[in-house]
Ligand binder design. Structure first.
Ligand code: NAD
Length: 455
């Protein structure tokens, strides 16, 4: 498999893809190893993951460079991602042992009822490329602490990063008999579905998530799906500072080139301040710098998947044909590499693809609304349900709106953020189950209820 730098179109390296037989060998190896791993005291497993975090810090410059070269994100954002992943790991190091500890839940004469947690066994983690460290640690860190073994398949767009994650885990003391990296694209991922695994944890598109859920449904094993989004942001007319809200909305829309599951994908603005907001938003977008992602000053690097350039061109064309006005951008940037200009569309409506299908790129539509009711209706008019954001100076008003939006996460005066203390969960086509928080630790264990009666 050829690993190509999406910014320069140059070959980075070639790697051997896994085949059905190498996957089976890796599976046999971790199946055997999981028994020993789960028997270790949890403190030992926590110590290995703590060492892994230290190794991420020690190697962050090299790891960030590799990530930028293979998926195109600006070097500053690669470094941010690694430090963000370390903060998430720290959450699991601090809380997993306590969440997983056996508990006596009830006692009466001669009887004790207690709850223990057992690891699922050997699980697959099929992962995405947009934040390979962040979405990876959401799964493999709590899963390993809980005593599972993993077959970890990074995306084909971040294979070198995935291999590096495996090496650092091994160096940190997680045995190769517990963690194996599976190299390849969609067909290799599909091959994993045929194995008798004890759980599938997937981050990626709705289409693939649905195929995975369908393929393993009859096996009655846990499936976790972290899927796409079409996340809305609503700006009410009572905001105190339109310029600072516009700056936050631009950051939420264009960070990581819009390739975040919780990126702001569509913006609604109360009519009274719409012209002012559009002006401030455009001024902020003009500050973005497209270019070589290895340059410290670049804010917009290359798109990870070259095919996304024509996908975005199609969305823009569809919108313009249906009456949208293109304020800036709208096309490929430069002569080489998968670059796309930061793009802002106004006069948009829900008959346009840009307001309904996930863009996953630097393209955003701004629509004016007459009141909160119209905003709520439009925000809910989507197949997705990951996050929604409301900017308003009135907390009760914002909470009332957010309580009526069918998403796993609601933001008041912020957007595009994830906290390890809160569950990360999508509704509708955005997913199933939760990662992070105590729920995202319990996701990797099975409860065992003990009824213990004294003879
Ligand atoms: P994708 O679905 O194309 O691929 C994801 C992974 O699945 C890759 O490793 C791929 O090789 C593998 N795969 C592809 N086809 C498969 C099949 N038939 N069987 C098994 N595995 C298969 O998604 P992507 O392009 O890597 O990621 C982008 C998507 O991920 C976006 O929709 C984004 O919103 C979503 N995402 C969601 C979250 C979240 O937390 N909700 C986080 C990051 C990304």
């Amino acid at each position: 498999m050829k690993i190509i730098n999406p910014a320069t179109e140059e070959l980075i390296r070639e790697v051997e893809e896994d085949s059905a037989s190498t996957i089976e060998k890796k599976f046999d190896r971790v199946k055997e190893g999981q028994r020993r791993w789960r028997e270790l005291p949890i403190e030992k497993r926590v110590a290995c993951l703590s060492q892994f975090s230290a190794l991420l810090e020690k190697n962050e410059e090299e790891l960030a460079r590799t990530l930028t070269q293979e998926m195109g994100k600006p070097i500053r954002e690669s470094l941010n991602e690694i430090s963000g992943a370390r903060r998430r790991i720290q959450f699991f190091l601090d809380h997993a042992a306590e969440v997983l500890q056996p508990k006596i839940v009830h006692k009466e004469a001669g009887l004790v009822e207690s709850l223990e947690f057992e690891p699922l066994g050997v699980i697959a983690n099929i992962s995405a490329w947009n934040y390979p460290y962040l979405v990876g640690v959401n799964v493999f860190v709590p899963a390993l602490i809980a005593g599972n073994a993993l077959l970890y398949k990074p995306s084909e767009y971040t294979t070198v990063t995935g291999l590096k994650i495996g090496e650092l885990l091994w160096e940190a003391g997680v045995p190769p008999e517990t963690f194996q990296v599976i190299v390849g694209g969609g067909s290799v991922g599909k091959e994993l579905l045929t194995l008798p695994l004890d759980g599938f944890f997937f981050t990626g598109s709705y289409r693939t998530g649905q195929a995975i859920a369908d393929a393993v449904a009859s096996r009655m094993i846990p499936v976790g799906l972290e899927l796409g989004g079409k996340d809305p942001l609503y700006v009410a007319a009572d905001v105190k500072n339109v310029a600072s809200v516009a700056a936050a909305a631009v950051e939420g829309s264009f960070y990581n080139n819009g390739q975040s599951c919780c990126a702001v994908e569509r913006i609604y603005v109360e009519r009274k301040i719409y012209p002012l907001f559009v002006q401030a938003f455009l001024a902020e977008v003009k500050k973005l710098k497209v270019g070589d992602p290895l340059n410290a000053g670049t804010t917009q690097g290359a798109l990870a998947r070259p095919s996304q350039v024509s996908f975005l061109e199609d969305q823009v064309q569809d919108a313009v044909q249906k009456g949208a006005t293109l304020l800036i951008g709208g096309k490929r940037w430069g002569k080489k590499g998968a670059f796309f200009e930061p793009t802002v569309l106004v006069d948009v409506h829900h008959g346009m693809k840009v307001m309904k299908e996930e863009s996953f790129g630097p393209v955003i539509g701004l629509q004016s609304v007459s009141d909160d009711e119209e905003a709520i209706h439009l925000m809910n008019d989507t197949e997705y349900g990951l996050t929604a954001s409301v900017y308003s100076s009135n907390k009760e008003r914002a909470r009332a709106i957010l309580s009526r939006i069918d998403t796993g996460t609601g933001y008041w005066n912020c957007c595009d953020r994830v906290s390890p203390y809160l569950p990360w969960s999508g509704r509708k086509h955005s997913g199933l189950g939760a990662t992070l928080s105590s729920l995202g630790i319990q996701a990797f264990v099975k409860p065992k209820a003990y009824h213990l009666r004294q003879p």
